[in-house]
Design a protein around this ligand. Structure first.
Ligand SMILES: Cc1cc2nc3c(=O)[nH]c(=O)nc-3n(C[C@H](O)[C@H](O)[C@H](O)COP(=O)(O)OP(=O)(O)OC[C@H]3O[C@@H](n4cnc5c(N)ncnc54)[C@H](O)[C@@H]3O)c2cc1C
Length: 482
């Protein structure tokens, strides 16, 4: 394959890369497309994570693609079903035949003279292979596959039990009949706790600070009714819109009326756990709703596990690991046979690629967002980064179809290069995300920036992005074609 040329080269065969290739095939059928994937299989996140109970916390009508209905009764799905959905999508659209597995992309350099990217990938054997493309579309997700984030816990080396990060869960980890401590309070922790509690002797969720947790029905009765009477395609489209409007509305409500949103979320938790439970300590975060990702639990499974006594929540700080468990700042001791560090991910953007434009190296932190898809001064390049406040796929679908519109415009006008340019050199730049979540804050210095006005400011809103990316002019005066 050395030196092969394709019109569009996609990095990553996860949900975003498969979706982007399918959109390209549909909307730009004359363009050749290839996908380079570092792993030996497709699916990304939904293949990598194997911990018990791994599932979506968004509904599958918005986490699924716009073009392929989610037909199952459950709208919150387990990881395996999501992987099967991605595999079936790749198979049915023929995208599976475009994937070159075991190709880790290392670098990409753009030449304005040739109007091409030269992309270097490494095979498993260590052999380097070069591809060339007219447009580079990075769909590499947002975190490091090699390792998750684990803070330095004092005394960890002393502990004699097993410690596992959910990103590295393997089948031989046996939790049945064991005392398990899950460290963390995010989406992964709230997923793991009720699942482990089914067979463990006791599960403790140990958190330094709480998250907002909201129960959602696994089966959406409206979607179910529509599936039965309107058929899968119509049911998917209507349910997707319903859920988009609900999620946009909920996010706006949380941001505009935080006190009301907070009171409502805590009232719902109290209804689940009863008046005797200390909701103030264990389920009342110090921040306002949606300043960090809201945690959803299907059919209140976490609350059921707590009510049954099989799981409990401890809000405290780890002073030190001991040989047999953990000692906490309050003086309490938690015995543990197994410790699961659901302490988060390490952010890694743009697949860790070394990038250059006409010989000038680019660092992710100096990139300035354009419409949430491209970057100022980087020609024929886009990267897909989904929503943090709604389903990832809503943005991934919009980003991919915007790239298709861009490519079609270039075809019509004979342009070979497109590049967004910032005219206002004095425009203030801001962090890329305004989430206070740990994994963003830890990596804030490495993240691209956004501007303070359109089209440099991120919308974080599907409806606003729909207007910009689906219906807005491609030739908007900011994007330069040549
Ligand atoms: C446990 C978990 C649960 C989640 N649940 C939800 C949810 O319910 N709803 C939601 O909206 N989001 C959720 N997310 C976010 C989730 O990552 C996205 O929904 C979605 O799967 C991202 O797809 P992606 O293709 O962009 O990235 P990924 O799934 O991360 O796939 C990226 C692919 O790119 C490949 N790759 C990376 N770098 C390179 C390189 N240099 N060269 C070649 N290949 C490369 C990787 O091997 C991988 O296959 C969850 C994330 C996790 C970790």
């Amino acid at each position: 394959m050395a030196g092969d040329f394709v019109d569009v080269l996609i990095v990553g065969a996860g949900l975003s890369g498969i979706g982007a290739a399918a959109h390209l095939q549909r909307l730009c059928p004359e363009r050749s497309v290839a996908i380079l994937e570092a792993r030996e299989t497709l699916g990304g996140t939904w293949d990598l994570f194997r911990y018990p109970g791994v599932r979506s916390d968004s509904d599958m009508h918005t986490l699924g693609y716009s073009f392929r209905p989610w037909t199952e009764a459950r709208s919150i799905a387990d990881g395996r079903s999501i992987l099967e959905y991605l595999q079936a999508t790749a198979r049915e659209t023929g995208v599976d035949r475009l994937i070159h597995y075991r190709h880790r992309v290392r670098s990409a350099s753009w030449s304005s003279d040739a109007a091409r990217w030269t992309v270097e990938a490494e095979r498993e054997s260590g052999e380097r292979v070069v591809f060339e493309c007219a447009f580079l579309l990075v769909c590499s997700g947002y975190y490091d596959y090699a390792e998750g984030y684990t803070p330095g816990f004092p005394g960890l080396e002393r502990y004699c039990g097993r410690v596992v990060h959910p990103q590295h869960w393997t089948d031989d980890i046996d939790h049945a009949g064991k005392r398990v401590v899950v460290i963390g309070s995010g989406a992964t922790a709230v997923t793991l706790v009720p699942e482990l509690a089914r067979t463990a002797a006791q599960v403790t969720m140990l958190q330094r600070s709480p998250s907002y947790v909201l129960s959602l029905p696994t089966v959406d009765p409206i979607a179910r009714w529509l599936q039965r009477f309107a058929g899968h395609r119509a049911a998917h489209a209507v349910t997707r819109w319903k859920n988009v409007l609900i999620s946009v509305g909920l996010f706006k409500l949380c941001r505009r009326r935080p006190d009301f949103a907070k009171a409502t979320l805590l009232k719902l938790v109290r209804q689940q756990l009863g008046p005797a439970y200390d909701v103030e300590t264990h389920f009342t975060p110090s921040y306002n709703p949606w300043e960090q990702r809201l945690c959803f639990v299907p059919d209140g499974d976490l609350f059921k596990a707590i009510r049954s006594g099989r799981a409990s929540v401890v809000t405290d700080t780890i002073e030190s690991f001991t040989e047999t468990g953990l000692r906490l700042a309050s003086g309490a001791v938690l015995p543990a046979d197994l410790v699961v560090t659901a302490t988060g991910l390490k952010l890694k953007l743009v697949g860790g690629l070394e990038m250059s434009v006409d010989g000038r190296k680019l660092a992710p932190a100096e990139l300035v967002n354009y419409k949430g898809v491209l970057f100022a001064g980087v020609p024929n390049f886009a990267s897909v980064f989904g929503y943090t406040n709604a389903s990832w796929t809503l943005k991934a679908d919009l980003a991919a179809t915007f790239v298709c519109r861009l490519l079609n415009h270039m075809k019509q006008t004979g342009a070979r290069q497109c590049v967004p340019r910032v005219d206002d050199a004095d425009m203030a730049l801001q962090p890329w995300v305004d989430f206070s979540s740990g994994y963003f804050q830890r990596a804030i210095d490495q993240l691209p920036k956004q501007g303070t006005k359109k089209p440099w400011k991120l919308n974080h809103n599907y409806l606003a992005d729909l207007v910009t990316l689906r219906f807005g002019a491609v030739d908007d005066g900011v994007m330069r074609f040549s």
